[in-house]
Design a protein around this ligand. Sequence first.
Ligand code: CAO
Length: 446
Amino acid sequence: MSKVIEIKIPDIGDFDGVDVIEVLVAIGQQVAKEESLFTLESDKATMEIPSPESGVIAELKIAVGDVVKEGDVVALLLASSAADTATETETEPEDEPIPEVLKKEIETVVAVETATPAPTVAEVPQPTPVIASARSETVAPAGGMAHASPAVRRFARELGADLLKVVGSARAGRITRDDVKAFVKQALSAAPATTSGSGMPFDLPPLREIDFSKFGEVETQPLSRIQKLSGSFLARNWISIPHVTQFDEADITEMEAFRKGNQELARERGTKLTPLPFMIKACVAALKQFPRFNASLSIDGKDLVLKQYFHVGIAVDTDDGLVVPVLRNCDQKGLLDLAEELAEVSQRARDGKLLPKDFQGGCFTISSLGGIGGTAFTPIINAPEVAILGVSRSFMKPLWNGMEFRPRLMLPLSLSYDHRVIDGASAARFTRYLAEMMADIRRVML
Ligand code: CAO
């Protein structure tokens, strides 16, 4: 008997609609199980929708440019067993039960975006755009409307590139991120060393393409999609937020004794208790004490939006680059709950299985390099958040207690903050408070 499967859009997080940017198959095409059929793109992520079964595409219900949401039927698939006999039997769709929610692979996820749309460089008040105007002789597409996804539009806005002047290289003239880059590169190499003569910081000499192989052997490796995407957000945050980094050290001698004393308990629950859950709890306590750190600037820079919830982003190092999933309601979770969630989410991050919703709603980010090493660093704020805590490796230090030097385990803290929102004295108080919480972790319960 023939079996026609409805292919539906799976859970794609808190999005009302995402753009279809590619239809990778045609009617009548044989596809294998898990073969990608469509590419969807939100402003946070690009997702491929794989085929749930092998078979033949019987009908396509969407096209490039459509907007889809969870549950939409996007294609009909004549599943393989049926496809084999399709030449002899005319097939009719049946009221088959809808297949299990299709597996969705997040191919790329922006590392540093969160739920509230982050202000772009073009939107944040700033002295001058990165590129005053791109100079190109290319012609706008007919109709005067550039064909590009929201993410590409945002990317172009950040770089100050006029999309109407960019030539799209993808199907139907769609403009890709690489097209925007090529356009900007061309504009930069054509631009004089200073664009306005204003002496503002963005009046920088353009980077020139260099053939490094003239100087020795080289190998060129493409950046991963995550690296390319997160790179533009990191660059935006770095140039649009006035960063200052406050350094301090927390005495975690007692905290570590407590942590190690409870490692067996963690093991019984099938998890591992690292210092990070303790830091999350200490950060929540500090965010409650200093509400300006749990806030975002409004897009026009005139208001501060203070958050009453405590969602903490954790920077996770993956083979494809840095991603920042968010642990929600950390104020309501215990240390072991956080340890379990951290292990689960960082594993999914490394497997490339995070969903757009995993990145949303962060209030404050922790970037821990403690498992690797180092003494201090200057983390880049994850806009629209206003502060980020960098943590380096703990080390033994002799501390004078008034009578003698005692060996203490110290944890280096590096707090980068947005100086438009937070002044230096508050940052020093916040970091001190954080250190005090970690020095006596029982205080987070007060
Ligand atoms: N000092 C000393 N040891 C530390 C430590 C610290 N500050 N933090 C963690 N450790 C130890 C852990 O206890 C663990 O020890 P054992 O192997 O003996 O159990 C070891 O280091 C490894 O920890 P981990 O990295 O597996 O776990 P974590 O909870 O500390 O961190 C995660 C989880 C996902 C944050 C981490 O794996 C990671 O990806 N870190 C990199 C983040 C990053 O790249 N930041 C840079 C952003 S800016 O480019």
